[in-house]
Structure formats: C-alpha cells, structure tokens
Design a protein. Sequence first.
Length: 284
Amino acid sequence: MLELILSQIANGLVLGFLYVLIALGLSVIFGMLGIVNFAHGAVFALGAYFAVSFFGWFGWWGLLLVPPVIALLGVALEITLIRRLYGKEPLFGLIVTFGLALLIEALIKQFWGAGGHPFAPPPFLRGFVEFGPILLTRYRLAVIVMTVTILLALWYLLVRTPFGRIVRAGSEDREMVGMLGINVPRVFTAVVALSCCLAGTAGMLAAPLWTVAPSMAASAIMPAFVIVTIGGLDSYVGAIVAGLMVGVVTALTFQFWSAATGASMYALMAFILLVRPRGLFGER
C-alpha cells in the first residue's frame, strides 16, 4: 500500500508540474495586464497539436520549434486583440477571450480534425525507473526534470533580470512603470508571449501523457483557474504550491476513489478558500 501511495504521489507531481506551467502563464498575464485569459487552455492544446505536426515534419528536433512558435502566436494575439482589452472591465476581457478560445478550438478541428491523435514519447524515454518503492515511467521523470528546469529559468528571468523587475513592478503599479520611461506596450507584448510560451510548452510536454484532442483545452483551463484561485490571483509562488497540491490530490483521488476525481480539486479549493479566502499566498 505504501508503494502504491508513493507512486501515485510521484505521478501526481508530474501532473502538478504541468498544471504549474499552465497556471503560471495565467497568473503572469493576470498580474501584469489584469486580464483573465480564458483562451489559455486553447493555447495549451495548440502546443500539443504543434508538437504532433512538427514531429511529423522534422522529427524530435522539431519539438524545439514549439515554444518559440507559440510565443510568436502570443505576440500576434496581443497586437491584434488583447491590446484592445487594456483598461476595460474584467468581464469584457473574459467574454472576448472565451470567444477566442472557441475560435481556436474550431480552427483545431478544422485543421487537425475532431478525433484524437496518439503521440508516443521518444524511444529512449520509454520504460520504467525505480526509486526504492516508487515506480515511475522514464518520460514522467523527464517531464519533472524539464519542468523544474523551466521553473528555475523563469525564476531567474523574473527575479534576476531587468525584464523581470519591470514585470513585477508593473503588476503592482503599471502607471508608475510607464512614468519611468519604459515602453509599456512592448512589455505587455512580451508578457503575453511569455504566458503563451508557458502554456504551449506545457501542452507539448503533456502530448504523450494526454490524448491530443480538442477537449485538452477544457481539461487544462479549469484546473488552471482552480490553481490560481488556491494560490492567490497574482502570486507566482502560490501557483507553484497550489499546482503541486492539485496534482497530488487528483492522482490520489483517482487511485482510491476514481468517481470523485473531477470533484477533488474543487473540494480542495473550497476548503482552502473557507480557511483563507484570498488564497494561500494572495494579498489582502
């Protein structure tokens, strides 16, 4: 029983790290731009579909193209659509991005079809590894290593670089950042590109673990909102902690009470909000 629990916790951490990448992108764009991006899950699904297509065209090296292509897509979305949402009511942005999510999902069905696309991990990442009582697939272990690496790089970007300081300052007071002579529209474009890049990378990593289908968008966006709510709307640390919590709780519930898997993260959110209404790391 102990071996089973530990293995499920390890699998939950893999799921949790994927959730963290999605939720961090959502948290970054909300903290800086004040926009609740409902199309974030659709961008996650696009990352998975681009991974399938680029692998078919260029082999495994083609996967390296997915993050920059998704980032460029984010730049295009910011310039053409999201830029017009700044300063508007949050509900307006929510409605517009919800429509954008439906549009992206329709385009996915148009170009890739409504059915699922199988996508196996690389041959050298197939099989299992054992860490004492923990049994984990090699690909899941690779996902943990890659996501931790991405999170460390993101921490360095946000904490140790001028761009990161601008983003963190802008999340507190955008007008002050503009008065310092910083090109705020360009920063906003970079923030949307970073947010989309994180979501697309998560979709690429999730492709061998999930069924690559249009429903991936809905399967990603709701956990992302739950994680951001649990961790605190503008807290990056909260998104990481909450993502891992949701992943572990979901995995354990699936193992011992599969019928309640879908409701487990909502129950966790309700419990935490009853104790701490602003989330684990949210500001008052």
